[in-house]
Design a protein around this ligand. Structure first.
Ligand code: MG
Length: 281
C-alpha cells in the first residue's frame, strides 16, 4: 500500500513521484496475511491478526436436509448411516450381549425392530458434532412415553430423547430433545408423526480424574434448526425415574440408538465429526 502523498504523485506519473512511491512501498509492511507487531491477545500466545497463526483446515461443507430429502455430510464427517447398510453398527441386547445389527434397512432409512436390541457404533466417540434425522411412526398407536420413543445415547449413557411430542403430552424432562430426566428442551419444535426431523448435537464428553469428575459433560442441541439446549450440563447418566450420577469411563465410547419396546422410529443421514481445538491443522 502506498501512503497518500506518494500515491497521488505516482498517479500523476512523474519520475519523482514514482521514485517516492517505490520508496514508500518498500518501507511499508505487507499486512495482507497478518501482523507481527500488534498486541498479544489475553490468555493466548497469538497477536491480534497474527501472521504466524495457523489458518484453519479447509472443509467442503455438506448440504442442508429438508423433510423431503436428506442433505449431504461435510467432507470431514464420518458417515455412520447413509441409507444403505448398518456396517458401522452392532447390536447390543439388554443382557449386554453383542451381535449383528438387525434393525430393518429400506428406502434410505433404518427402522427400530422389536426384539433386536439397541444398536451401537463400532467406533467410539467423545467430543463430537452429531447430525441425525428421525421420524416417528406415522400411525399413532399409543401415548406419552410409548408413542415413538427412542433415544440418542451419547457415549451409550447420556440420552437426548427421541419421542413423538406432536400433540402428545408427557412429562417435561422426557419430551423430544430433553436431556432425559434432567432438563426439558427450551421449546417443543416437533413436526408431525411420520415427518422427518433433525437433531444437531454438539457434545463435550466428561473428563475423569480417577474416580472424580474433573469436568462434567455438556451438550448443545438444535431440533429442526431450533435451539433446545445451549451448552447445558449433564448431571450424570440419564436413567428412568432416578437422579443420574457419573461413573468413570473411557474418553471415547460408542454412540447408541435406543430400542424402546420396538417403537418403529426411523433414522436416516447420520454423521459425526470429532471436535478438535483451535489452531490445530
Ligand atoms: Mg428414549
Amino acid at each position: 500500500m502506498l501512503c497518500g502523498l506518494a500515491f497521488a504523485q505516482a498517479q500523476k506519473g512523474t519520475k519523482k513521484g514514482a521514485a517516492k512511491a517505490q520508496k514508500a512501498q518498500g518501507e511499508e509492511k505487507d499486512r495482507t496475511l497478518g501482523y507481527d507487531d500488534t498486541d498479544v491477545l489475553p490468555d493466548q500466545k497469538w497477536r491480534v491478526h497474527d501472521v504466524f497463526r495457523p489458518r484453519p483446515r479447509i472443509i467442503t461443507p455438506g448440504t442442508e436436509s429438508s423433510p423431503d430429502r436428506p442433505g449431504r455430510a461435510p467432507a470431514d464427517a464420518i458417515v455412520l448411516f447413509d441409507g444403505k447398510d448398518l456396517s458401522k453398527w452392532a447390536a447390543r441386547m439388554r443382557s449386554g450381549e453383542m451381535g449383528e445389527a438387525k434393525w430393518k434397512v429400506e428406502n434410505g432409512y433404518v427402522e427400530v425392530t422389536a426384539g433386536t436390541g439397541d444398536i451401537i457404533t463400532r467406533e467410539k466417540f467423545g467430543d463430537c458434532q452429531l447430525h441425525i434425522e428421525w421420524a416417528s411412526p406415522a400411525e399413532i398407536a399409543n401415548k406419552s412415553q410409548f408413542r415413538g420413543n427412542s433415544g440418542i445415547m451419547l457415549m451409550s449413557r447420556y440420552e437426548i430423547q427421541v419421542l413423538d411430542c406432536y400433540e402428545n403430552p408427557t412429562y417435561a424432562d422426557g419430551q423430544a430433545g430433553s436431556m432425559y430426566g434432567q432438563w426439558p428442551p427450551l421449546v417443543n419444535a416437533c413436526r408431525k408423526p411420520g415427518e422427518w426431523q433433525s437433531y444437531d448435537i454438539i457434545f463435550e464428553a466428561p473428563r475423569f480424574d480417577g474416580d472424580k469428575v474433573a469436568k462434567p459433560a455438556f451438550v448443545t442441541v438444535l431440533h429442526n434448526g431450533v435451539l433446545l439446549h445451549h451448552r447445558q450440563q449433564f448431571i450424570g447418566r440419564t436413567p428412568h425415574a432416578r437422579v443420574g450420577t457419573y461413573a468413570p469411563h473411557s474418553p471415547e465410547e460408542p454412540l447408541l440408538l435406543q430400542n424402546h419396546g420396538g417403537d418403529k422410529v426411523r433414522f436416516r443421514n447420520i454423521w459425526i465429526r470429532r471436535l478438535g481445538g483451535y489452531d490445530q491443522q
